[in-house]
Design a protein around this ligand. Structure first.
Ligand code: ASP
Length: 719
């Protein structure tokens, strides 16, 4: 190996002068493992991750689309966050059964609620296939690379899937500089067992989201069911509780400041390798634009939710998902500003350049960096318009997406009919449309449209324009929405029912008439125009950017590794299984202010007495806290509620088990502190802290608050 210079050492320490930065791939824990041991881990590598023996990984799942869940009994009981189970809690809620407000507890297995579409996915194996992929890519022409790589991924994963009789995929890490085959098994019968009321599970609401000190019991309880061979099966009353290979013992012994902790789960996305231009684009362009969109969106949703209980229930899940990132980006902006993250990146780049000069790679380094940074300029318009499209069509007024989804099938009518798939597809869509109407309010949707459309038009630079030459925008929107088929759920659903033959009466002539009416409708025509703009303009250009960007980044990361003399220390989060570790610790995020790492039940009462509606609690919770009815969960007259640690986490880690050095469950990860919201782009070990609900609070809520102590009997509890 070449002799390293002093400045190289400086770079290593300045890049990695972190205590616990990193999201480690559990199948290749190398240097991190020694550090974990030194900090208090008592387990072997094999106990954490193994393909031959039972290990901790066998108790962890990807919960739904993008959260983590963990097994806590050998009868399929699973913990995840309240905010991860929220869609399903909301799905089952109504004015009569307001589970959002009052909570839900199945007092026996029969009362557990099926959750259509909800899945839990276990990882069977994560295998490093870097050499195989890189070998397969030798000599491949630049323009053929994406296709060739996709083919290679398929060949490798298909072979492994056949051999192991399971699902799987190959994913690139750190801009395709490493590759892993991930083999998985997905269970599709997952039922809701328990959820605390929002005044516990969402205590603090938007006021406290991303904030410490925190007092949220952010957990919910589900159960996985399987067939009589313990294998995945669609929902059936005859399915049996799933028996996991591992479930986490729960430690009620409590945690102290400085104790070792780890968080094992599926972090979604970090971007710690972005260049200065990448950070600048995110920080100066993308985030401000998204924040503005969401502010307008939320003004409408929040007002609607305040106006009636029906709308509060309908919009609860949508509000949460829009509001969550809205607030996070604001915190991230403050953090990146405060630390001048763009300048930090530029300084890093200057240090790399110095090393590159010494290694005679200066031209290569500068050319790569210049090309990457130039790309952000060249593709600015398309990148920002694509993000605006996502805010408007995917997170804004819902009419367009429903119409687009319908059109996607209708457009394929001839082909689908030929393949005898038309009715089945329409049946599937009927379910989508029914779910849509369950939580839809036309007036609110129109207001979201009016609030967001002008900004969307502005970011598309004239490519999109909603107009009625004779009427004001508001008057026109009234007409567009009121006269639309969306407004007439009976007609719309009736049309789809007839297409899917879901009715005894043949309605084909009626449905044809409706289809004609739909085709002539302003909002429908606009939905198709938007779709066209997205598919024909935005998607191809965005793809072009991503392909060029990722290819340059691949070369860039390889070059950094060469300059450093070894591989990047950790790989950005990409929704694969990772282990992060740290300690129970607070932080001093602001001059003159320090966070201690623990909160207690008293904080709930204190916040409640401020009168802020986000801190409202019900009588039962208040009474139990005031009377200090803590059962065996209290400590010296207090009830532990949440704690912070220096584990490096991100979205997707929501619901991940927080574990001690023995691999026992000490709580559930659910958030980060305000000053940590920047950590997807810039992790600062002095400041960044994850937030976990304490095991004692979770079990107190189940046992004492909810009286669902029968669930505890299934768990392995260590006192
Ligand atoms: N609260 C987060 C989430 O919404 C978890 C995190 O990002 O730390 O996913």
């Amino acid at each position: 190996m070449k002799k390293r210079t002093l400045s190289f050492l400086f770079i290593l320490t300045s890049f990695y002068s972190f205590a616990f930065e990193g999201m480690w791939i559990p199948s290749v824990l190398n240097a991190a493992f020694d550090d974990m041991k030194a900090n208090g881990l008592k387990l072997s590598k094999e106990e954490i991750y193994s393909i031959n023996n039972t290990s901790l990984k066998d108790g962890i799942v990807i919960f739904g689309g993008g959260c983590t869940g963990e097994m806590v009994s050998n009868e399929g009981l699973l913990f995840t966050n309240h905010h991860c189970g929220f869609d399903n809690i909301q799905y089952h809620s109504s004015i009569e059964h307001d589970y959002l407000k009052n909570g839900f507890w199945a007092m026996n297995r029969k009362e557990e609620l099926a959750c259509p579409g909800l899945t839990a996915t276990f990882v069977i194996e994560m295998r490093d296939v870097t050499d195989e992929v890189l070998k397969g890519m030798i000599g491949v022409d630049e323009k053929d690379r994406p296709t060739k790589m996709r083919d290679l991924f398929n060949t490798i994963s298909n072979k492994a899937k056949d051999e192991n009789k399971c699902d799987g995929f190959v994913r690139g890490f750190n801009y395709n500089t490493q590759f892993f085959l991930v083999l998985t098994k997905t269970y599709t019968d997952v039922r809701l067992v328990g959820a605390p009321p929002s005044c516990i599970g969402k205590f603090g609401g938007d006021t406290d989201n991303w904030v410490w000190p925190r007092h949220t019991g952010d957990f919910s309880v589900f159960r996985i069911y399987a067939n009589d061979k313990n294998e995945p099966a669609e929902y059936s009353a005859t399915n049996k509780p799933f028996k996991p290979a591992h479930h986490f013992p729960i430690s009620l012994k409590g945690v102290k400041e400085g104790d070792f902790t780890m968080v094992y789960g599926f972090p979604g996305r970090t971007e710690h390798l972005l260049t200065s231009a990448g950070v600048a684009y995110n920080h100066e362009q993308l985030a401000p634009m998204r924040i503005d969109f969401r502010e307008k969106n939320l003004e409408v949703i929040n007002a609607a939710m305040k106006s009636s209980d029906v709308l509060r229930i309908k919009y609860a899940a949508k509000q949460s998902s829009v509001a969550n990132a809205y607030k996070k980006w604001q915190g991230q902006e403050l953090g990146l500003n405060k630390f001048n993250a763009i300048q930090l990146k530029k300084d890093e780049e200057a240090s790399w350049l110095e090393i590159a000069q010494k290694e005679k790679k200066e031209a290569e380094y500068s050319n790569l960096l210049t090309s990457i940074n130039q790309l952000y300029k060249d593709y600015y318009a398309v990148n920002i318009a694509s993000a605006a499209y996502a805010e408007f069509v995917f997170n804004g007024p819902e009419v367009f997406q429903l119409y687009q989804d319908f059109h996607e099938i209708a457009d394929d009518e001839a082909k689908l009919k030929k393949g005898n798939l038309w009715e089945a597809k329409m049946k599937e869509f009927l379910e989508t449309a029914k779910a849509f109407y369950k939580d839809y309010d036309l007036e609110t949707d129109k207001k979201r449209f009016l609030a967001m459309a002008p900004m969307f038009e502005q970011f598309t630079k004239g490519a999109v324009h909603f107009e009625d030459v004779k009427l004001s925008r508001e008057a026109a929107a009234n007409r567009w929405f009121k006269g639309s088929m969306i407004a007439d759920s009976a007609a719309f659903l009736g049309m789809i029912r007839s297409f899917s033959k879901d009715t005894a009466i043949s309605m084909s002539s009626v449905s044809k008439k409706y289809a004609k009416r739909l085709g002539a409708e302003y909002l429908y025509v606009q939905a198709l125009a938007l779709n066209d703009y997205y598919k024909k303009t935005l998607v191809p250009s965005k793809k072009e950017f991503t392909t060029k960007h990722d290819l340059l980044m691949e070369q860039y990361v390889f070059l950094l590794e060469e300059l450093r003399g070894k591989k990047e220390k950790w790989c950005d989060a990409n929704s694969t299984l990772r282990l992060t570790y740290g300690k129970v610790e607070g932080s001093a995020p602001v001059d003159g202010m320090a966070y201690t790492p623990f909160t207690t039940g008293q904080g709930i009462l204190d916040k409640n007495s401020t009168g802020n509606p986000d801190f409202e609690i019900n009588d039962r919770l208040k009474m139990l806290l005031q009377n200090k009815e803590f059962g065996s969960y209290g400590v010296n007259g207090t009830l532990p509620v949440c704690f912070t640690g220096s584990n490096h986490t991100t979205g997707g880690n929501s619901g991940s088990p927080a574990l001690n050095g023995n691999g026992e469950w000490i709580g559930i990860n659910f958030d980060r502190t305000w000053e940590s919201t920047m950590s997807d782009l810039y992790f600062n070990s002095e400041i960044c802290r994850n937030v976990m609900a304490d095991a004692r609070y979770v079990l107190w809520v189940i046992d004492i608050y909810a009286g669902a102590g029968h669930l505890l009997k299934e768990m392995t509890i260590r006192r």
